[in-house]
Design a protein around this ligand. Structure first.
Ligand SMILES: *Cc1c(COP(=O)(O)O)cnc(C)c1O
Length: 438
């Protein structure tokens, strides 16, 4: 019989874990997960953990969701995978149609990959190749926001600004052009979030005015820069960025890998600004945390620039598992749950109830910048000593909570099935942790 101890000992000998300094596990606990059910994860001794980060921001409707399970099982009996070049299949077609419909048909062409970083690579390559096909090969640089995170492959790191992930690989990266992030934590005192957004947009315009001949696209995480500590900003920035990009012939790429799929309170975060990008990246929640899937949606104008008699003017990026039918089936089941359960609307009520439960957190003397966007709550903790995140996370596990602060920022990103009792447990125990973890 498998035990926690045995499995952890074996994983430390055989698995090289992501985002992890392995030596830390000489002292830090590692959790061996046996199974999941809704918002709970269980280890091999039936100890439970409330998954307050949706298993790395991917799980939307709980673990072992019966409807998604059934959709994958049904697809498994028909077709597990087929090459998507020269062949097609129903799940990819229907998913493309439904995603396109969510943009009113304006982003009408879906290109599939498996992970978020690859979606970002695809969007960057597509943007540059578009300009090349249109006789502007010099447009080969990218603008990105300070504090940005777009993934870990070298192209994605080139438009990222999280030092811990980027610095070691700096010699491998192409220099992009950073513009100030509208994250309102950086606003001057007395300056409102929309005012600060407008000031950052002025800086963006200055940069594009100077560099637009070389810049193919601006890439942004709409509304929330998640990996750099849930930095939230006003939608006004997106409206202005859209207009500035249009003025200077620069594509706008929206990386909605983390913020899409209802996370910020609308299905797409861009909806809150009333804009659409030229290229939109989705992943993480798109398969509700079941199977690796990512997709880049593009405008017809971009698609058209590749449509030609000459093969090399096509977008030849290839990926073995592109449009995997099982992953597409999981995504279709996910979209159906959004529709059938009016998830966007019911999340609004759920979030309002969690706001109530979180009042003691917002009022806690150590808490700064308490904020929320849709189903993301975040705050900074005053008096956080070195290694705060690590100690907070370990103390949370002892109280049945899966939480992973980013530096001194604690955040909740729960699955959309979290109920009132679970939310009360999450908020109540977080207050205890704030009282105790230095
Ligand atoms: C997670 C994330 C990515 C990378 O996705 P992976 O599937 O981990 O490669 C890219 N952009 C944003 C905003 C993300 O949160």
């Amino acid at each position: 019989m498998t035990t926690n101890r045995d499995l952890v000992a074996r994983t430390l000998r055989s698995v090289w874990h992501p985002c992890t300094q392995m030596k830390l596990h000489e002292r830090m606990p590692m959790v061996a997960v046996s199974h999941g059910d809704g918002a709970w994860l269980y280890d091999f001794e039936d100890r439970r953990y409330l998954d307050a980060i949706s298993s790395w921001w991917v799980n939307l409707f709980g673990h072992a969701n019966p409807r998604i399970n059934a959709a994958i099982v049904a697809q498994l009996g028909r077709l597990e995978h087929v090459i998507l070049a020269g062949f097609t299949h129903e799940p990819a077609v229907v998913l493309s149609e439904r995603l396109s419909a969510l943009t009113g048909g304006r982003l009408g062409h879906c290109f599939f990959a498996s992970d978020g970083s690859s979606a970002v690579e695809i969007a960057l390559k597509m943007s540059h190749h578009f300009w090349r096909n249109r006789g502007r090969p010099d447009k080969s640089r990218f603008a990105y926001l300070t504090g940005a995170y777009h993934g870990e492959t070298t192209g994605a790191l080139s438009v990222g600004d999280v030092a811990l992930f980027r610095d070691a690989y700096a010699p491998l990266l192409r220099a992009g052009i950073a513009v100030p992030s509208p994250d309102w934590r950086h606003a001057e005192s007395g300056e409102s979030a929309p005012q600060y957004a407008r000031r950052c947009a002025i800086a963006l315009e200055q940069t594009l005015r100077e560099w637009h001949r070389e810049i193919a696209a601006l890439i942004v995480e709409p509304l929330v820069q998640c990996a750099s500590g849930m930095g939230m900003y006003d939608p006004e920035y997106l409206r202005l960025a859209r207009a500035i990009c249009d003025k200077y012939n620069v594509h706008l790429i929206a990386d909605e890998i983390a913020v899409g799929c209802g996370r910020t309170g609308t299905f797409l975060a861009c909806e809150q600004a009333g804009i659409l990008p030229d290229l939109l990246c989705l992943s993480k929640g798109i398969s509700a945390g079941y199977l690796p899937l990512s997709v880049v949606l593009s405008t017809h104008a971009i698609y058209e620039a590749f449509y030609d008699d000459e093969v090399s003017r096509g977008f030849l990026h290839s990926h073995s598992y592109s449009g995997n039918p099982l992953a597409c089936a999981a995504a279709l089941a996910t979209l159906s749950i959004f529709e059938e359960d009016s998830v966007i609307e019911s999340n609004r009520q759920r979030a309002a109830r969690i706001d109530e439960l979180a009042r003691p957190i917002a009022a806690h003397p150590r808490v700064r910048n308490f904020r929320r966007s849709g189903m993301i709550w975040a705050f900074e903790v005053d008096g956080a000593q070195p290694l705060f995140a690590r100690r907070f996370s370990a103390a949370a596990l002892e109280r049945e909570l899966l939480l992973r602060p980013i530096g001194e920022t604690v955040y909740f990103m729960p699955p959309y099935v979290i109920d009132d009792e679970q939310a009360a447990l999450l908020t109540g125990r977080t207050v205890e942790l704030l009282d105790r973890v230095p």
